[in-house]
Write a protein that binds this ligand. Structure first.
Ligand code: IDP
Ligand code: MG
Length: 138
C-alpha cells in the first residue's frame, strides 16, 4: 500500500468542490486515512512550496495558497501517487485530459483546485508537513 498527500486548494474549498473531489477519489478506490482543514500562513506556504522558490510564480502561488482554508488529506491505495495524479490531470487545465479534476474545474495554471505529491519521497515529506503519526488512521 502506498500513501500520498492531497490538498484541496483555496479555490476548491471556496467554490464548494470538496465533496466532488473527495467523491472522485473514493470512487477510484482510494481510502482517506487523514484529513484536516487549515489556513496556511505565508511562511508555511513558502515552506511547503520551497522546491519552487526560484520560480517566477513562487510569490503568486504562495499568496494564493494562503488566500483561504485548504483541506489536506492523506490518501492510501495501491499506486496511489500516480492514481491521484491521474485523477487531478495536468498542472495547466489547458493540457489536462477530459474527465480530470483540473480539466473539469480549474480556472488556470495556478488556481487548479488540487495538489498531489509527485513521488514517494515528496509524499513522505509532505505528509509529515501536515500530519503526525497519531493523526493517520491505520
Ligand atoms: P503540480 O501541482 O501539478 O505538481 P507544480 O509544477 O509542482 O505542479 O507547481 C505547483 C503549483 O504551482 C501548481 O499546482 C500551480 O498552482 C502553481 N503553478 C505551477 N506552474 C505555474 C505557472 O506557470 N504559473 C502560475 N502558477 C503555477
Ligand atoms: Mg508539484
Amino acid at each position: 500500500m502506498e500513501r500520498t498527500l492531497s490538498i484541496i486548494k483555496p479555490d476548491g474549498v471556496s467554490r464548494g468542490l470538496a465533496g466532488e473531489v473527495i467523491g472522485r477519489m473514493e470512487r477510484a478506490g482510494i481510502r482517506i486515512c487523514a484529513m484536516k482543514m487549515v489556513h496556511l500562513t505565508l511562511e508555511q506556504a513558502k515552506m511547503f512550496y520551497a522546491v519552487h522558490k526560484e520560480r517566477l510564480f513562487f510569490d503568486s502561488v504562495t499568496q494564493f495558497m494562503t488566500s483561504g482554508p485548504i483541506i489536506a488529506m492523506v490518501l492510501e491505495a495501491e499506486d496511489v501517487i500516480k492514481k491521484n495524479r491521474d485523477l487531478m490531470g495536468a498542472t495547466n487545465p489547458k493540457d489536462a485530459l477530459p474527465g480530470t479534476i483540473r480539466k473539469d474545474f480549474a480556472s488556470d495554471v495556478e488556481k487548479n483546485i488540487v495538489h498531489g505529491s509527485d513521488g514517494p519521497e515528496t509524499a513522505a515529506q509532505e505528509i509529515k508537513f501536515f500530519f503526525n503519526d497519531l493523526e493517520i488512521q491505520r
